[in-house]
Design a protein around this ligand. Structure first.
Ligand SMILES: [Cu+2]
Length: 115
């Protein structure tokens, strides 16, 4: 008799131990991030997407025949893009971040990043 109660109690403890990770797994999709692409072509940056948020990824795609960079004025990123290459960055901070190309200073744009 005593032994049966012991097994039942152990079972309940095991259930409690499993529950928190399951709750965590359900909450995880709320923290998903998006991936955006900014194409560089014909000596121009495409218009950056709206709705950028901290944690999102921006992939810079150089479709031009020239080497370009995407360089943040605040130093938060500096992507060197050889012709035909792509590189991704993860947005770390909220704010408005102007960027330009170090090889062609007339090429510029800005990212508006929400929290
Ligand atoms: Cu350039």
């Amino acid at each position: 008799m005593k032994q049966q109660i012991g097994v039942a109690a152990l079972c309940c403890v095991a259930m409690l131990a499993i529950a928190p990770p399951l709750l965590g797994a359900v909450a995880a999709p709320l923290a998903t991030h998006s991936t955006y692409t900014i194409v560089v072509d014909k000596l121009k940056f495409a218009t950056p997407p709206s709705g950028l948020r901290v944690g999102d990824t921006v992939i810079w795609v150089n479709r031009d025949i020239f080497r370009h960079s995407a360089t943040a004025r605040d130093g938060s990123f500096n992507v060197d893009l050889m012709p035909g290459k792509s590189l991704g960055i993860v947005l770390k901070r909220a704010g408005t971040v102007p960027f330009y190309c170090t090889f062609h200073p007339g090429m510029k744009g800005q990212l508006v990043i929400a929290r």
